[in-house]
Design a protein. Sequence first.
Length: 559
Amino acid sequence: MEKKWWHGKIACQIYPKSYCDSNGDGIGDLRGIISKLDYLKALGVDLIWLSPVYRSPFVDQGYDISDYYEIAPEFGTMEDFDELLREVKARGMHLIMDLVINHCSSEHRWFQAALADPEGPYGSYFYFREGKDGHAPSNHRSYFGGSAWEPVPGRENLYYYHMFAKEQPDLNWYNPKLLGELYDMINWWLEKGVSGFRIDAIINIQKNTAFPDYPADGPDGLCAPGVVVENASGIGPMLEDLKRNTFQKYDAFTVGEVFNMKEEELREFIGEDGHFSSMFDFSQHLLTSGEHGWYEERPFCFGTWRDAVFEAQRKAEPIGFLSNIIENHDEPRGASTFLPDYAQNDAGVKMLGTVSVLLRGIPFLYQGQEIGMRNCRMESVGEYDDINTKDQYELALRMGCTEQEALACCNRMSRDNARTPMQWSDAENGGFTDGTPWLKVNPDYRTINVAAQERDPDSVLHYYRRLTALRKDPRYADTFTYGRFEPAFEDADGQIMAYVRRDGRNRILVAGNWGPDRAALSPDGAVKELLLNNQAELRTDGEGRIVLESCQAVVLLLA
Ligand code: TEU
Ligand code: CA
């Protein structure tokens, strides 16, 4: 396999609005991020993914872009951005941007021009269609609820298409003129020196432009956007064209946000000459999200979760590199989701981090994960900002939940769980801002915060630093990057998450005990060295087996 510059990197996602506010307006900004670069470097981060910082009306928190060439004034200026990029590079790190090109904002000048003249040249940048018998052109539901078709104001029987909010009209990828504009924009950022992109919602660009109806799956008579995507085809050549005209020329790193991919396409997506360098593995997250909505969320089940992780690793190993996450700006906090109640403590959080970061693939941390930030309990739906959460709350009510039940499922599933401000200290607002934060700060900031963890050598933060350092230790880095992945102790009473990473040089066992009781294990080979342990000691029993306490995680170099 040809070695790539990004193979052994550790990434961290920054959600700019909630990272650090430098000027007291309650909104995180680029200067705030600049002030934390040394912190990120010390955490072992090589690659920073910035969620969108482009100009935007923020209907969907920046995933609705009104100017791809400008920085949102809320976040700063292009000079601030250039300084951020310089400072990132000065520390030997890389910056990747969020690329949101399935749709833009309804305030983008292209869409404004299209609305003014749907039959004109900008009309074909989007999807305008006539309605059918006084109804929308098809029965597609948008991801954020309601029809994917919005009537064009002032026009009878004319609609435009939006897979997400109505303020996020879909771009017509079958129009070469639009593609030219997108490619120019991407190359402009690459010329500036960004190292690549995280590519948003990209599977949605393929469309059956006849927009046929599909069987309804709810009382609204509509069908889920996932079904629409799965019935479309032809994405391969589109992504190849995109790659050849942009990323490939710059040896950029790209990570796709890909849902609903046809399984046999994995090689085309992330194989050696794949469309992308990598793509996120969402298999663990799909386990808890309900089939028709959050009101149907499913509880965490250890065995199913472990199998899903193993399955994804097995499939990707001969093909390429997945990007591994426990949480992101769309998913609830991993510590709140993947740990049973008795493991909701520092040991549990370290254990989850250990088995996640040492998987094969690119580890993507998310801001606050390294201090064990948790879901934030909101007391009423009014405390939420997220457009998706408001829709899911209403949906839950429509499907018969009480207000209390609807709120409870948002408390577990809301995208705002991971969007609450970063907890820097126990000062007011967790040290995130001197002003009024744009979104509630999780009240647990008094105990869970960076400053307190800096002072405590046993903290989650210090542990994460040891964990990333281990992954990059020159003695083991190749094993963690390129080594094989082998599940271990799969039949050990169903509570052990363990695997071996192995190459010609090392055999390394990574094991965590998710169970409430201690477990004795016989590693396949003598223990040469204890590389990492989230507890003070590692005991062995009379028969020479290692004994893992509940929530204990260890990394062992085997003979
Ligand atoms: O998310 C794509 C996506 O498919 C989402 O609907 C995702 O399934 C959902 O958020 C989970 O609850 C991307 C971005 O990550 C997200 O923040 C944006 O809202 C969305 O695209 C539109 O740009
Ligand atoms: Ca600010």
